[in-house]
Design a protein around this ligand. Structure first.
Ligand SMILES: NC(=O)c1ccc[n+]([C@@H]2O[C@H](COP(=O)([O-])OP(=O)(O)OC[C@H]3O[C@@H](n4cnc5c(N)ncnc54)[C@H](OP(=O)(O)O)[C@@H]3O)[C@@H](O)[C@H]2O)c1
Length: 287
């Protein structure tokens, strides 16, 4: 696919998978809006990608996705910079050893991994429609779990890092499927991609998951594939003709994966959508 006229937005683009995806898109000529929360890490990654690809069309936008106010500001900046968006890659994700709430009163993993993509995507739908055919890719993980809709904030259960991480990523699948229904026939598709397990800094900046991943890396002798390998899955979902008409799917390595049972239930997907809309304060007019 020729993507020289495309504008792509990639969150978590300063590290790991997001950086590899941003690089692949820039190398193919797309204008890339990189989102990072740290100016230093973001500028370093932007300069690295600029040097590696020679592209002058890489722009850095700053946003801490844990803050709904910052997500709203990010969407505003994107709207100011472009009328049409062709690719939205909701890649940023993390996990935390301890339960804490964001400034908006939401458990952090849920806020960053599920609600930020929900809010950002909804606020950029007009630009995605203007860019149609356009694609939204949500980066998920593979974990068979179920969300407790009555305790999204982990107030009633002991907090477990991997469960909270897995459930927030299940939220992303609920969101993907509920959105796909709303976008049917619009030329905008949305899919969730499981990128496989790969070498990265996941959770490392916060020191949240560093110990876990360092142990995994040590055990596996640093044998995990690099993020560039995982990026191939995202790029395939984002650009291949095979995926042009696919929406609402959970995809791995060019294969459709079975969703956790809860996400096979349209009522559960809709319930997550409504809860998300309430938690981010999106009114009917905005969704
Ligand atoms: N690594 C794996 O094996 C694996 C497996 C399945 C799924 N995934 C998913 O792949 C995606 C990319 O992760 P990765 O493995 O490439 O890890 P990574 O190298 O740590 O990248 C994660 C990115 O998300 C950003 N991020 C985290 N919290 C943020 C926040 N509050 N606001 C803005 N950006 C934030 C990070 O920014 P900082 O650099 O500032 O922290 C970083 O750019 C994640 O969604 C992850 O869940 C990874």
């Amino acid at each position: 696919m020729d993507i020289e006229n495309h504008t792509a937005l990639v969150t978590g683009a300063n590290s790991g998978l997001g950086k590899a995806v941003a690089r692949a898109l820039a190398a193919r000529g797309a204008r890339v809006l990189m989102v990072a929360r740290s100016r230093d890490r973001g500028e370093a990654a932007r300069d690295e990608l600029h040097a590696a690809t020679g592209s002058e069309r890489i722009e850095l936008l700053l946003c801490d996705l844990a803050s709904q106010a910052e997500v709203r500001r990010l969407a505003e900046t994107v709207r100011e910079r472009t009328d049409a968006l062709h690719l939205l890659i909701n890649n940023a994700g993390t996990a935390f050893r301890e339960r804490k709430l964001t400034e908006d009163g939401v458990e952090r993993a849920l806020a960053i991994n599920a609600l930020a993509p929900f809010l950002l995507t909804n606020l950029l739908l007009e630009q995605l429609h203007a860019g149609a055919p356009s694609r939204i890719i949500n980066v998920g993980t593979r974990m068979d779990t179920a969300l407790d809709f009555d305790d999204l904030n982990w107030e009633r259960r002991p907090y477990r890092m991997m469960q909270a991480y897995g459930q927030s990523k299940l939220g992303l699948i609920h969101f993907t499927r509920a959105l796909a229904g709303r976008l049917e026939g619009s030329g905008v598709t949305v899919n969730c991609v499981f990128p496989g397990v790969f070498r990265s800094n996941l959770g490392g900046t916060d020191g949240a998951q560093g110990v876990f991943w360092k142990s995994v890396a040590l055990l596996l002798g640093w044998a995990l594939p690099p993020p560039e390998k995982a990026a191939e899955r995202v790029i395939h979902a984002a650009l291949s003709d095979d995926m042009a008409d696919v929406s609402g799917a959970y995809v791995g390595d060019r294969e459709t994966l079975k969703v956790p049972d809860q996400a096979a239930d349209p009522a559960a997907n809709e319930r997550f959508w409504q809860l998300s809309a309430r938690l981010v304060g999106l009114d009917q007019a905005e969704t």
